[in-house]
Design a binder for this molecule. Structure first.
Ligand SMILES: [Zn+2]
Length: 642
């Protein structure tokens, strides 16, 4: 499905709202751009509504029911129109109801997002930074108001296409008067962070159930999404979402490697999920900012390669006319997507390696490494069945329950391979943890081609005991860098003799990095650490996908159809570049001679690229299928049929 998230946060100081809205033109623009779904606004962050409302305030310069007209135009285009209602940010409500402000647990101050230190009383002509809003807490009277607004929207409009609530989870605790009173009533201590988090969780789940309940009274099958609630570190909210929209602006929010990890995490809930990027050069609300159309095509292909639907963020001009250039860019990307998206429907990642989520940034580092190694992988969590995998990676900070330990031991005893690091280890795996070494940064000695001397780990090892095969050694620094003792500009040099504990050790089916290596790699991006990790993986894991002549920025995804007879292999290549304050894709060089070998559980009858349908010569030896691509530019979809 090809979606647009059409923001419409519109200042009361702008007149003639919707004056250029033309239903037929709106419809045609969406049709031409092949849009299947577009979100439209009931209520925006300025606090104004775009339909005649009894409970709120219609935008002061809107003269007609714009939302109704937009929905009709969207339906005329054969698309669907979920309705957007703001939750956490509503400027008008925030100024009229200071008692609704979200109060931060630690500072006891309202959360004035983006304002200069939370200062709201600057002179009126002070320039305002981007994305400046006061956050509201939807507990107490504001919850009732949100419920009433939802009911009003459901009364006036057919909400079968869905409802989207925005800004739902800005913090994990609130101590506004209403929350404090509620906590006391429940016997919780508002000064205790864990109690405040517990209350927040209970009330947010209550709110989600209540609002979804109202929408479903009117349209039982409507999608209802609470934005901000598709967070790997807040899995408790996942059951209350009808689907997941993985908002991620790679250009402004830290690059292209986050979405795949989240997609793999949320895919396992078995609900529809889509990636959400933007048409902007930078981020939301950027009028006149454009993304390279090939970059957007890459992002859409990337989402398809992950089994996701795709959503592109835009912001409608106050005049109500969809921007011609924007829909030319979106249409270009969606045209390509429309030709290949069917190969993503009802498919699942086909892999024998999984990342066990630690719910920390170690997952990001680990996922980056797996992607750089051109591997397809799943993400698993505590309590899940891991018996189908060849190898499980336990990055840096996994916390195990007794049941998890039992299942991991059973997995290893049945021939499964474990790659563990940092704290993600327990004695029964044959590695005894004595605790942190106490150094700030140490060194690793392991021969990696031309690197034969100790290299910086950008972190420090845990001291462990193991009678397995030592594959790399630790070299401690002479001392930690402090005010009292330091050496030169940066870290202290290494001692010439190695430490008594190992850096990398292999014991049976377990490979263990004594460093929190994935966090260190994520933070440092060190090329040597990258090669060290790769070399270590190859000591224990027999890769299911082997690729030659694809650079580190190349991405590989391999999916198997659940109801048809094919595997879909996606290859993507575009090196991200940092320019100004963005990470962008501008160059799409053509690669030749990319050699691929994948292990499959079927006898393959044909290999072809799509959408052009060109046949590719291949060889199958047992379960291994090999072929070569003459040219890879931006994205190549290869279908292996059985
Ligand atoms: Zn509160």
């Amino acid at each position: 499905m090809k979606c647009v998230h059409l923001d419409f946060h519109t200042s009361p100081y702008i007149e003639n709202i919707g004056s250029e809205f033309n239903k037929a033109e709106f419809t045609q623009t969406l049709k031409d751009a092949k849009v299947d779904l577009i979100t439209v606004f009931a209520k925006c962050h300025h606090g104004y509504s775009y339909y005649p409302t009894k409970l709120g305030t219609m935008h002061p310069h809107l003269k007609f029911n714009l939302l109704k007209e937009q929905i009709e135009a969207i339906h005329d285009a054969g698309a669907i129109a979920p309705i957007y209602i703001t939750m956490g940010w509503s400027e008008k409500d925030a100024s009229e109801h200071p008692e609704w402000h979200h109060i931060d647990f630690w500072s006891k101050k309202r959360i004035a997002f983006g304002f200069n230190g939370g200062k709201l009383d600057e002179p009126e002509d002070t320039p305002l930074s981007d994305c400046s809003w006061i956050t509201l807490c939807p507990v107490g009277p504001y919850q009732k108001y949100l419920e009433d607004i939802t009911r009003e929207v459901c009364e006036q409009f057919d909400v079968s296409d869905g409802v989207f609530y925005d800004i739902c989870f800005m913090r994990d605790a609130c101590v506004c008067d209403s929350c404090v009173a509620g906590m006391k009533k429940m016997g919780l201590d508002p000064d205790n962070y864990e109690d405040a988090k517990k209350y927040y969780r209970i009330k947010r789940i209550e709110l989600m159930k209540s609002l979804t309940g109202i929408v479903h009274e009117y349209a039982p099958n409507a999608t209802v999404f609470y934005n901000g609630g598709a967070d790997m570190n807040r899995p408790e909210y996942a059951p209350y979402q009808t689907h997941f929209e993985l908002e991620d602006l790679p250009t402004a929010w830290g690059g292209y490697d986050f979405m795949p990890l989240r997609a793999k995490y949320f895919e396992k809930f078995g609900k529809i999920f889509w990636g959400m990027t933007g048409k902007f050069h930078h981020a939301w609300g950027e009028f006149g900012g454009f993304k390279n159309r090939d970059a957007l095509k890459y992002e859409c292909a990337d989402m398809i390669s992950l089994g996701a639907s795709m959503s592109v963020g835009d912001q409608l001009h106050p005049c109500g006319r969809l921007d011609k250039s924007t829909y030319s860019v979106i249409g270009y990307a969606f045209d390509y997507a429309s030709k290949i998206e069917r190969f993503s429907e009802n498919t699942k990642a086909y892999t024998d390696i999984a990342l066990w989520s630690s719910h920390t940034d170690a997952d990001v580092g680990c996922s980056k490494m797996l992607q750089i190694m051109h591997l397809e992988f799943d993400v698993v969590d505590s309590g899940e069945d891991i018996s189908k995998y060849q190898c499980i990676v336990l990055p840096d900070r996994v916390k195990f329950t007794d049941d998890d330990k039992k299942r991991i031991l059973e997995f290893v005893n049945n021939g499964g391979k474990i790659i563990a690091s940092g704290e993600s280890i327990f004695d029964e795996l044959g590695i005894k943890m004595n605790g942190p070494s106490g150094f700030d940064k140490d060194f690793i000695c392991c021969e990696i081609d031309e690197i034969t001397t100790p290299f910086l780990s950008y972190c420090s090892a845990y001291s462990v005991e193991c009678d397995g095969e030592v594959l790399a050694k630790v070299h401690e620094p002479y001392f930690n860098r402090t005010y009292g003792k330091f050496c030169g500009h940066k870290n202290t040099p290494f001692k010439l003799e190695s430490a008594s504990y190992p850096a990398l050790v292999k014991k049976g089916n377990v490979l263990y990095f004594a460093h929190p290596i994935f966090q260190a790699y994520n933070a440092s991006g060190s090329y040597v650490l990258e090669r060290y990790i790769k070399k270590a993986f190859d000591c224990i894991y027999d890769r299911g996908i082997k690729i030659e002549n694809l650079p580190s920025c190349g991405r590989v995804r391999f999916r198997k159809s659940e109801d048809k007879s094919f595997f879909a292999l996606h290859l993507l290549y575009a090196p991200p570049i940092n320019r100004g304050n963005v990470c962008l894709l501008e160059d799409f060089p053509t690669l030749g001679g990319v050699k691929i070998s994948v292990k499959v559980d079927k006898t393959i009858k044909s290999v072809r690229s799509e959408p052009d349908g060109e046949e590719i010569k291949f060889i199958q030896n047992g379960n291994e299928v090999s072929f070569e691509l003459d040219a890879l530019k931006l994205h190549k979809l290869v279908i292996l049929s059985w």
